[in-house]
Structure formats: C-alpha cells, structure tokens
Design a protein around this ligand. Structure first.
Ligand code: BF8
Length: 641
C-alpha cells in the first residue's frame, strides 16, 4: 500500500512505512491485493440455499422496463437485495443487543449484590430511566408518597430490562421515549418491536429459502429489528452502563498513537463492552500496580483504547484514545504495546499474526470471541472474578515490559480532545434556565446561528482513504454552521484532527456556530461515545423536538445523519434505525443496493414517504456534506425559519 494514499493521518503513514520495512502485512496492504466481489458488493448474490449461490447479472444502466433477472427459485434482484440488507441489520442489531444483554446481566448481578466489582454507581440516572421502564420510584405509604428504596428500584429495573430481550408479549418499553408523533407513526405502520431477540430471529426466518419474497415486507421486518436495536438493545446498553459506571460529563484527553509512551508499560484495550475495561482502568491506576510497574523498570502504566472500548473509557475516565479501527495493527507495530486486551467486535484476526512479530501479549477475554492462533492468551472474563482477572492481565502487561526488543517506534503525533458529552451535558451547556431543556440550542437553530444538527458516525473502511471522508464531511458541515454529534470511529478521527476542542470553533466553523461554541465553551463536534451510544443521538433529537419550535417529530428537524466510511453490519442497523426514526442518512463508500435499483429507490424515496427518513449514498465527501446541508435547508424552509 502507498501510505500517502492509504490514510490522511501522518502517524499512520509513518507506521505503514514501518510495517513495510519490517515485512509485516497490514489491512492497508490487503486492501490493495484483495479485490472485492462485484456482485456481492451490489447486493445481488443470494447464498441462502445450496441451489445457489445465484449471482444475478449486473443491471443494465438504470434498467429500462421490467427487471427480469432472477435466481433458481425465481427470487428477483429486489428480493435478494432486501434479504441481504436485512440480514445485515440482523447481524448488526444482534451485536449491539448481545453486548447490551451482557451489560444487563452484570447489572442484575450488581442489583442483587452478588459481585464486589460492580455497584450501582449513578443513582440519578437510575431514577431517570426507571419510569421509562415502568418502574415506580416512589411508594405510597398510608397515603403519603415517599421515595422508594434504591436497591429495590435497581432490582426491578434489572428484571424489567433483561425481559426486554425475550418477553412473550407487549412491545419494547423504550419506544415510548420517542416523540409521540413518531411512536404513533410506528404503531400505524406495524413496526413496533415486540422484544429484541424475536425481531432478529424473525429476520433469519423470513430470509430463509422460500419464506418472505416481498422486498417491502422484508424491509418492514428490517425496520422492526433496527428499531429494536436503536431504541432497545443499544439504548439499554447505554443506560445500564451509565448507571453502573457513571454518566459521562466533559473530560479532557488526547488521541492518536502518540499517546503511547516508550518508558511506560503500554496496556491497550480494544473492543466494545466496557464491563471488563472499567475494572482494568481501576486496577491499572491503583498504587499497587503503578508501584509494581516501577519495580519492573517502567515509569508508570499508560492505558490507551482502540475502537468503542476507547470511547467508553474516554467518556467516563478521560483515558486517551490510541487508535481508530484501521490503526489497530499499527498499535502493535510500535513495538511498545506490552499487552492488548480484546473483547468483542471490530477485532482483526490478523492482530495475532502481527503480535507474533513482537513481544506483545494478545489477550482475548470473551467466551464468544476467541482466536485460533497459538500465541493468543485467553483469560475468560467472569463478573464474579472481575477484579482478579483484571489484576492478572495488568500484571501480565507489566511483566512483559522487560521483554521489549529494541525496535520501539512510536509516532510522535497526538491531539488534545474534549469528550464526554451526552444528553445530560448538552442540556447543561445548551439548555435554558426557564424554558425547556434544550431551549438555547433550539433558539440558536431558530435564529440561524446554528443551521442544523448532524450525526456523523461509524467506522473506517480500508476501501477508502483512512479518515479522509470523516474529516472532509465534518469540516464541511461545521464550516456551514451545522453542529456535529459524533460517535464511534468518526469521533476518534475527529479527535485526531483536533476537531474535538473548543479552539476548533474559531478555526473551522462558520460565524454563527463559532459564536455559539465560543460563548458556551464547547467544541463544534460533540463526542457522544461509542456506537451503542448512537442511542444518545436519538434521545438528544427527541429533546430538541420536546423543547419546541422545530416541529413535533424527528423528521421535522433540520438534521441529518452520516457514516462516511462505514464497513460493519452494525452500521447498517444504525443507519436503518435512524432512517426509521425520520432521519435523512447518507453513507459513503458503497451500499449493497446498487444491483437492485428498484429496491434502492424504495429505501430512499419511498421510505421518505413512510417514515420521513431516507437512505442515500454519496462517495464524494464534499457532495456528501452538501446533500446533508441541502436537506437541513429544506427542513428549515418547511419550518419557516
Ligand atoms: O461499534 S465505528 S469500526 S469500533 S463498528 Fe467498529 Fe465501526 Fe469503529 Fe465501534 Ni462502531
């Protein structure tokens, strides 16, 4: 790979050169040698039965007249594309939701006081979410209303929350947190999810050979499962994590590979579930471990995060971010990574091969995510022994410090960042004293200082220049006075570029947004956390609706969503729950729909008539942002502002 073409990030360019010098193959090289399957890319290869795979011929430009392409069973391009698309939603929704379930189980153990490592930490948040789950926070004692015992509330919240994955009747309780107009719309459409697991299972059933053959009906189920992710599994993950580990508030930190220190033990945590990394942070910061590291000749312990684990421990503890998704191999190639601890999702199998070239201990911790290579150590996380496990891991990293060879090369680049935003802190910074929670934000949108709101999120993708799309899209938006809410790897990219600082406002923003950011002292790009925390964007949008003056539904808002460099199935699930919640959502790179133009039109133009949201694809980052701005302007015009 040509480093200058692979990434805009200088630290990564240096490390790609370093990898090539050492003869180590990375994702950037494999992206050059591995050609993607064109028919799969277009969404028109069906491998759901063994009469196939049926790879439909590529569509003629625009397909004039009837589309007669079909598979052995007669499945059309639309059916195949819809099946593939909703199977991606099932994959993504299950990843987020299974993560949520794990958190809910730990939450239950904490509520039952069965574990020493975890306690109910944020009782304010608990009291805030309990009513949304139908759990009373007061009791009537002989006609007198009193606060209910907090342990009792926690226990009932745990029971109700866990039931959301598999209750036999009713609907997901959090759906009612949406604006009323949106809830009623879902109800009328028949897409209110019943429980989290069922909607995913039903996708697998409906896409089995010979079941659902109507692309519109298939998408209806896709919508139901995606909503069960955004307003269900992901939202529960976020909320229960906040109660267990604390709701994030703005923190100062740093980002990029340069956060690693040659004279420190570098312990990198990578993955998604914060249940183990929370404890690892506490243990690594304990005096006992710091002393032990010093005994072993290090100056201390440097923690760093990759992917959404990075976002979780950054938001709550200010732990610096080492890398985006595409930089994970590079973190090991520094030669200074003494241990990398991984749990679930977005972990490249090649990490183990890279680790073999160095002293790095690669540790898997989750029973559902192991690696086959023999240099990988598996320390299975068990909530009952979380502290012991964490100590073992931190000690292993410290003991490994002395095994470093002389080949350490840490690229000396890092940026400062202010992260840790959420629904609550946006309210604090942009709320009003008298009128409604998000009044100041709405007021600034109405008076035009802020043109609109964008959620820019999602992955890196080695098929496109690392971070280039992210940064160009975000810069174009803030230049045009659109405030950006970010999560996932977009947030990390923005942090590396220095966009998550209040100072970025004067340099990169249009005059209106710059004025607001400078007055309030916030960055123009607000880091809302990990990918499950996209649920925070849904709730922030709901707060904007509630604060008044901008319509009565999310689809009325001057707002748009974007994932410029997406790659994972989770991104498709997120994209679809945004579309189903009324958001115009633009993806970069590609969409697996280009082989089925009628289906593509359905999820874009037709969907807009159904939910008010729509899918779009735009590869050029500037056009991508401009399309979002045009949508924002259209909504402003409709609102008469
Ligand atoms: O859940 S943004 S590459 S890290 S999938 Fe993965 Fe994509 Fe990064 Fe987090 Ni989200």
């Amino acid at each position: 790979a040509n480093p200058l073409e692979a990434t805009i990030d200088v630290a990564s360019q240096e490390m790609i050169v370093r990898a090539q010098e050492l003869g180590i193959d990375t994702v950037f090289d494999r992206a050059v040698t591995m050609k993607p399957c064109a028919i799969g890319l277009q969404g028109i290869c069906c491998k759901n039965c063994s009469m196939g795979p049926c790879r439909l011929p590529l569509p003629k430009d625009g397909i004039e007249g009837e589309d007669t392409r079909k598979g052995l069973c007669g499945a059309t391009a639309n059916t195949i594309a819809a099946r593939n698309f909703i199977r991606m939603i099932a994959g993504g929704a299950s990843a987020h939701s299974d993560h949520g379930r794990c958190v809910a189980e730990v939450f239950m153990a904490a509520a039952r006081k069965e574990t020493e490592a975890y306690q109910i930490k944020d009782t304010d948040k608990l009291l805030q979410i309990a009513p949304a789950l139908g759990v009373d926070i007061t009791v009537d004692v002989d006609g007198e209303i009193k606060d209910r015992d907090i342990d009792e509330i926690a226990l009932e919240v745990a029971e109700v929350a866990l039931a959301e994955w598999g209750k036999p009747e009713g609907e997901i309780l959090y759906m009612k947190r949406a604006p009323e107009a949106l809830y009623e719309k879902w109800k009328k459409l028949g897409v209110l999810p019943r429980n989290i697991d069922r909607e995913i299972v039903e996708i697998m059933h409906r896409t089995h050979m010979g079941v659902d053959q109507d692309y519109k009906n298939l998408m209806k189920q896709g919508t139901r499962a995606a909503l069960a992710d955004g307003w269900g599994g992901s939202m529960l993950a976020t909320d229960l994590q906040d109660v267990l580990f604390g709701t994030p508030y703005p923190v100062q930190s740093e980002a990029n590979l340069g956060i690693m220190k040659e004279d420190h033990v570098n312990l990198i945590v990578h993955g998604h579930e914060p249940v183990l990394s929370e404890i690892l942070v506490a243990v690594a910061q304990s005096q006992e471990m710091v002393d032990y590291a010093k005994e072993k000749g290090a100056k201390g312990i440097q923690l760093g995060g990759i992917c959404c684990t990075a976002n979780e421990i950054l938001q709550r503890h200010g732990i610096p971010t080492a890398a985006t998704f595409l930089q994970q191999e590079l973190a090991i190639i520094t030669g200074a990574c003494d241990a990398m601890v991984v749990d679930i999702q977005c972990i490249m199998q090649n990490l183990a091969n890279v680790a073999k070239c160095f002293h790095t201990k690669l540790i898997t911790t989750h029973p559902i995510a192991k690696m086959e290579q023999d240099n990988v150590i598996h320390i299975e996380f068990d909530e009952a022994y979380a502290l012991e496990d964490a100590k073992k891991i931190v000690k292993m990293a410290i003991d490994n410090f002395e095994n470093r060879s002389s080949e350490v090369m840490i690229p000396q680049y890092k940026s400062s960042q202010v992260a840790g935003f959420g629904v609550e802190s946006i309210q604090y910074h942009l709320g009003g004293t008298f009128r409604g929670t998000y009044y100041t934000l709405n007021d600034n949108i109405i008076n035009g200082r802020i043109r609109g709101i964008a959620g820019v999120v999602g992955c890196n993708n080695a098929r496109t220049k690392h971070n280039d799309g992210h940064i160009k899209v975000v810069k174009e938006l803030i230049k045009n006075d659109v405030i950006v809410l970010t999560t996932g790897c977009n947030a990390i990219a923005c942090a590396m570029e220095g966009l998550l600082t209040p100072e970025a406002a004067a340099v990169h923003c249009g005059p209106g947004l710059a004025e607001v950011c400078e007055t309030v002292g916030i960055p123009p790009v607000l880091h809302l956390g990990s990918c499950v925390d996209n649920s925070r964007i849904l709730l922030a949008a709901t707060e904007v609706v509630k604060a008044g003056g901008l319509g009565n539904d999310i689809c009325d808002l001057p707002a748009a969503g974007s994932a410029p460099e997406w790659m994972s199935e989770k991104a498709i699930s997120i994209g679809h729950y945004f579309v189903a919640s009324g958001v115009y959502t633009v993806f970069g790179v590609t969409l697996p729909t280009s082989g089925a133009p009628v289906f593509h039109k359905y999820i874009s133009d037709e969907f807009e008539k159904i939910t008010g949201g729509k899918w779009d694809l735009e590869i050029d980052p500037i056009k991508h942002a401009q399309k979002m701005i045009a949508h924002i302007d259209k909504k402003r015009a409709e609102l008469g502002i």
